[in-house]
Design a binder for this molecule. Structure first.
Ligand code: NDP
Length: 290
């Protein structure tokens, strides 16, 4: 049994910390403290302030952006023991995480960037895919903790590589989602039944996770369940664009998709589900997908 501190009990963090508590001693911390207290009552974790995380061997963060991780690090670092491992499951900024890893190393703390994919269902079921940047031996050492969260753990490179892969993955998600929306609105306006069109696309080469799962389950049902905020996906696309710039690659589609999701978040708000971005395409075409 390992003593784990979990910071950030949002849509992802709540079920992730609950899964860890089935096997490990888990201390939880959240900005709104009542969320941590409720988690403790429901899952046998212990709600603490940041100073209360002093005894943990492993810190896990699952916060909206790297800005919140840095904020927490400023206050937490003095409380942690030499040898503590820090696993950052936030979809964060690769360059800022490299700098944070260097800073934490001065206090004997090893930082891994370990963002996850699989949504709130994957978080509940412990079936996430985790992409990890950092030293291989530390990832191996933490396997008994990480395997409570993820069924697939891929070491993608040095610190920063996990966040880089996540940024590109989610920019691809955004590109696919937006493209399916445009394609289906075009077909609807051409008199084609959208459900039948999807039956074809989803058995043809134009299919994607967006066409197979997100659009049928969230858009055509008009449910748009807010499990992954549009603001968070817009943030991921900005990280993708920044990575494109830093890499020197020419990637005009990835840059454009960043702009589109920023407009969507500005128009529709950060807190709606990411699939609600398609409402903007519908609005522009005066056509509802159903
Ligand atoms: P949420 O917005 O649902 O939750 C964020 C949590 O962080 C909230 O509980 C919030 O507290 C807490 N928090 C914010 N700032 C602080 C702080 N300074 N100190 C302590 N706690 C803080 O986000 P998600 O759980 O959806 O996402 C978390 C990360 O995972 C993001 O980087 C996201 O991009 C990524 N992700 C999300 C997925 C999803 O499907 N939702 C899928 C894969 C990755 P409060 O209760 O006060 O708001």
């Amino acid at each position: 049994m390992t003593t784990v501190g979990f910071i950030g009990l949002g849509a992802m963090g709540r079920p992730m910390a609950a899964n860890l508590a089935a096997e490990h001693e888990v201390y939880v911390h959240n900005r709104t403290a009542s969320v941590a207290t409720e988690h403790a009552a429901a899952h046998g974790t212990t709600a603490v302030d940041l100073a209360g995380l002093a005894p943990v061997e492993v810190v896990i963060t699952c916060l909206p952006t790297t800005a919140e991780v840095l904020e927490v690090a400023d206050e937490l670092v003095d409380h942690l023991a030499d040898g503590t491992r820090w696993v950052d499951c936030t979809s964060g900024d690769p360059a800022a995480s490299v700098a944070l890893a260097d800073r934490l190393a001065e206090d004997g703390i090893t930082y891994l960037d370990a963002p996850v994919s699989g949504g709130t269902d994957g978080a509940r079921q412990g079936t996430l895919t985790m992409m990890v940047g950092g030293p291989a031996e530390v990832i191996e050492e933490l396997d008994h903790v990480l395997d409570r969260l993820a069924e697939r753990i891929v070491h993608v490179g040095d610190v920063g590589a996990g966040h880089a892969v996540k940024a590109v993955n989610n920019t691809l998600l955004a590109a696919n989602l937006w493209a399916v929306g445009e394609g289906l609105v075009t077909l609807a306006r051409s008199g084609v039944d959208v459900g039948r069109a999807l039956q074809v696309v989803n058995h043809s080469s134009g299919r994607s996770f967006a066409s197979e799962v997100l659009v049928p389950q969230r858009v055509l049902t008009r449910e748009f369940p807010a499990t992954f905020g549009l603001g968070l996906l817009a943030k991921d696309t900005r990280l993708g664009r920044d990575l494109v710039s830093a890499s020197g690659a020419r990637a005009p589609v990835l840059r454009l998709v960043t702009e589109l999701f920023q407009v969507a978040a500005d128009e529709l708000g950060d807190d709606v589900d990411h699939t609600a971005a398609l409402r903007l395409i519908e609005r522009w075409a005066d056509t509802e997908l159903s």
